[in-house]
Design a protein around this ligand. Structure first.
Ligand SMILES: [Mn+2]
Length: 392
């Protein structure tokens, strides 16, 4: 018998699917949260079921359990831990630990890809195209490689995972990977995913109108209340408002704050860290402590939402060689235009501001951060440019 203890996200469940394909009925799988894993490991060690090979994937065990597992292993127990998190690298000190963050070619690994390799190498599983394709989708999703590769099938696989039940997902995938030459989504899944995509789009559109801008601890944050679709929301709002350093997503009911950034100059795990949380460089979170509540809720509540830039302009466009016109709630007009190859300046009313910028984006960041400006619609722009040409 095999017992697999894995994580309860797509990568963790991917391990369950691959294990089922290798061992069929001979494997018992349990999916755990980060915190419940150690209880499961303890339960296993307390009972020490005979002839059961314990495999732990996508999660790491506590120091205490590592010592107990090592003792069990040295007395002949069968244990294998497979993980790809940097924080678990110390478990490589044990013979039963296999933690690899990047493969020899510098490609980020995931638990599913490592388990797949392990099972094929040890003769438990015959490699196939459909499994390799599935494993690669899980890997790209879990490592965010899908974003840079724009591999939307990886994103869809994760969406599907959360739309149907665990058992249904596992059953469907095991059946598909065992019997098909290639991985695919069936017609019903395509329809569900399509509906879901439209729903997310509407949700993001609504949330975009609620976003406020605040300066918190020296950074410009976009603050929004949302209970669902945090990664999609953080990503879209981040791209819509590149002048914001990060997006803070508040879940009042869950008493949580999520932080997302699309920028390389911000590490949101540090921002979460100042409020007692943590996570990754581009996605992190913390509990809504009193300090977090004050910074993100109390201090931002009176603020008006950011005004959106018009999307349908034909003339007033970003990065235009003729210049771009902005306005703010004090009815001030700002004209951002290039004066040289790498120099941009701003006219406020008729007066040139002292600041100069080395890119359009830098100039826009300045306007949006310091003047709460948004882009004018075409009609205002055309009138302004005509006037500008006349008086020049
Ligand atoms: Mn993982």
């Amino acid at each position: 018998m095999y017992k697999l203890l894995s994580h309860n996200d797509l990568d963790g469940v991917g391990c369950g699917i691959i294990a089922k394909l290798a061992f069929g009925e001979s494997v018992e799988v349990r999916y755990n949260s980060v915190s419940s894993l150690n209880l499961e490991v303890e339960r296993f060690l307390d009972h020490k079921p005979e002839d059961t090979f314990l495999i732990v994937t996508d999660l790491s065990v506590s120091e205490e359990n590592a010592i107990r597992l090592d003792d069990y292993y040295k007395k002949g127990g069968k244990v294998q831990l497979i993980d790809h998190h940097k924080t678990a690298l110390h478990l490589n000190d044990f013979e039963w630990g296999h933690v690899l963050v990047e493969d020899a070619d510098g490609i980020s690994t995931c638990a599913t890809s490592l388990l797949y390799e392990y099972l094929v190498k040890n003769g438990h599983l015959t490699a196939s195209d459909s499994m390799a394709e599935f494993v690669e989708l899980v890997r790209q999703y879990d490592t965010w490689d899908w974003e840079k590769n724009e591999n939307f099938d990886a994103q869809k696989l994760n969406a599907l995972f959360y739309l149907i039940s665990f058992d249904e997902f596992v059953e469907k995938m095991v059946e598909r990977l065992a019997n098909s030459d290639h991985f695919f989504f069936d017609e019903v899944e395509k329809q569900i995913l399509d509906l879901e995509e439209k729903k997310i789009e509407r949700y993001i559109r609504r949330k975009r109108r609620e976003l406020v801008q605040a300066q918190v601890d020296g950074y410009y944050a976009g603050v929004v209340y949302a209970e669902s679709y945090h990664s999609e929301l953080g990503n879209e709002l981040g791209k819509d408002y590149p002048h914001l350093d990060y997006i803070a997503i508040l879940n009042i009911g869950g008493k949580r704050v999520g932080f997302r950034t699309i920028h390389d100059h911000v590490d949101v795990s540090k921002i979460a860290g100042t409020y007692g949380g943590g996570g990754h460089v581009k996605a992190s979170g913390c509990t809504m402590t009193n300090e977090a509540y004050k910074s993100f809720v109390t201090d931002t509540f009176p603020l008006e939402p950011l005004r959106e830039d018009p999307r349908k302009n034909d003339y007033n466009k970003k990065n235009s060689p003729l210049g771009t016109l902005y306005e703010n709630k004090h009815d001030e007009l700002f004209y951002l235009y290039p004066v040289g190859k790498q120099q941009w300046v701003i006219n406020k009313k008729k007066t040139k501001l002292p600041e100069t910028f080395s890119s359009f984006q830098e100039g826009e960041n300045f306007l949006k951060r310091n003047h709460g400006a948004w882009m004018c619609k075409d009609d205002k722009y055309v009138r302004y440019v005509m006037e500008f040409v006349k008086t020049k």
